[in-house]
Write a protein that binds this ligand. Sequence first.
Ligand code: NAD
Length: 761
Amino acid sequence: MTVSVSAPGKAFLIGEYAVLEGAPSIVTAVDVRAVAHVPTDEAAPPMSAVVRCAHARAIDYLRQLGGDIEIDLRVPLVDTGRFYLGTRKLGLGSSAAVTAAVVGHHLAAHGLDPRDPDVQRDALELAMAAHAEAQGGGGSGADVAAAVLGGTLRFAHGKAESIEPLPGLHLGFVDAGYPAITSELVRRVREGEAAHPEQYAAAMEVLSAAARDFIEAYVTEPGQVPDPVELQARFERIRDASDRHNRGLRMLQDMAGASFVTPEITTIIEQAEADGLAAKPSGASGGDLVVVMATDRTALDRLSERLQREHGLVLRTNLVAHAEGLRAEERLPTNSRLAGFFKLSVAERREAVARSSGLSLERLAELDAGSFDVQRANHMIENVVGTMELPLAIATNFRINGRDFLVPMCVEEASVVAAASNAAKMIRAGGGFAAHSDPPWMIAQVQLTPRTDDFDAEGVGDRIREASAELLALADEAHPRLLIRGGGARDLEVRVVDPAMIVVHVLVDCRDAMGANLLNTVAETVAPRLETLTGWQAGLRILSNLSDRRCTHISARVPPDALAGKGFSGPQVARGIASASRFAELDPYRATTHNKGIMNGVDAVVLATGNDWRAMEASAHAYAARSGRYGPLATWREGEDGWLEGRMSLPAAVGVVGGATRTHPVARLALEILGCDGGAELGQVMAAAGLASNLAALRALATEGIQRGHMGLHARNVAASAGAEGEEIDRLARELASQGAFDAAAAKAALNRIRRAKPAA
Ligand code: NAD
């Protein structure tokens, strides 16, 4: 039986220092998960101390339970990829999650349900002991409790109590960069405590009082939903407690001569405070994450936008609080490093995909031609006379934010998939792609023109702005289900684009859908009210396909060694690629081709997943011209350490629901193979495919030129066009590649030669 059990990471909301002195704290489980599973045939990596201790204690426990079930003594493998951002591990309690996942895995393999509260109670005891043993004591245990029990916990004196998250309080985690080293900080604090006991006590007093006040304001009775006035009052107390916590941290910092509050943390806190939000560092490691709290989701999104634009600091939308604790997973973590995949037959490739994705071979049979039949097609568009098949392939080696993806690509052009897989391997050598996404805001536009000659556009614009709240509420009425899913109208913008034309933008968070139909309904819903409000005439009412508020931001670092080859050293290739990037930045003729190469990868995934590639294309190119001059979407530089660094922002109006994503059987299957958490992650995969395609093209261009590799792969197309059949195709393609001639006449001549040379049947 294949058992895979996962456990979440954690983040402190308050009390991370105070808890060490016996004060209460609040810790929440964060939905990045360590996944423990039985070893596959790969060589097992060396066992870490937490895995060893958790394994030993779980086996002992099962032995004591007795019974007839044979105990599986294999040490599980644990995937912690989700705790990483590129090569950097986020301080989210991965060792506690690993401990919990290993214990949970053993109990589940023995037939116990890791979600069962009684099983979790025993798992918690085992994991606490194992974690303390592996770490040599010292921690509070709050991280282990969050990893096993999940949700949000009040934690004090080693005891965890589940509490309800405060309804109406939105949390965001902003990445403050590299953390200071926890053990070093703890040592400095301990030294400071010994040298200045009074200062230490004073700082701890402030931190403990702040924790108690925060908790009093946060904790509600189960089922109790505070009204807006009470919520505001509670929020203000939370904000005040967070301020005092920050003051206590600075006192501790001064005492210990250690840096807890880095300049990045200070910026995040100041920016949040300027918007009236609460913010404080999360965790005792003096860096990494700052938790920001607001009663208004839009305020959090606005702060996120500003932090990113002005300070390059990112609110990580994938860090979702109140996550589930131990649970069994249906799928094993995907391994996209399928060496030699390209050499396999189609049937063997399907087997490899099935093994790696956890899908059944029967499910993959949907990839056979004909699964999308004419009747289905006839329901999808008009005037149908048939269907048209295109190749669907899997690109390998993709690793994004520590997670592996098998990337389905649908494309008719040879070499796109090979190039993307090859470049993804180079990027993997540098730790993989790091990506984050804007909140999924789309823009609905309503055009207004005056009905008479006597008009004042600015005055009308002000009237619309004053009615923002009413208009946003009206927009929300169009999609009540979207509100339940956490989306909805977020903001309203008025643009006077001409003295006689106003354009109103309603910004809508459309969650995991592309949102075109959702947004069009919003535009049509608010337009009549805009007419009565202004006396102007509503014209066009439709979404904007320039989805610049919904970008995916992706970056990759490639070690020079991974770039070397074909007679070129790594630094030579890196320099060549940086120069190629400069060329695209200076010349729109080159930028267009540069971006075409990016869209080779992007569109192939957009198409494979049933998303709207016209929308993606329109948006990407408009975005590439946002400065008034068309430029490259991705740029590359040589870093100070000689590594090649690439980055790209790409509007990604794509969904995992809606459109053809669920109605086309192959698109649905492609989405299953990917297993993305939602629309944002799917956008990241598309951007990764684009950046990889770009890297592959630039590397070829900066070295031997594009034609050799491309035509080598294209040769099979040329061979088929020349009339080659069956085994002749590969043979002719090899022949063409070896002679370096790919024109039709050369192909025909070579085919004739091959046929003449064949022995008569
Ligand atoms: P859609 O009309 O199918 O709506 C999405 C549906 O999914 C909604 O009913 C929503 O309630 C539901 N849903 C379920 N789970 C959800 C979740 N987690 N998050 C969000 N919604 C969820 O699809 P759409 O995305 O509104 O529109 C996309 C389609 O519109 C595409 O086929 C596109 O080609 C087409 N379109 C595009 C344009 C354009 O780009 N200019 C114009 C018109 C139509």
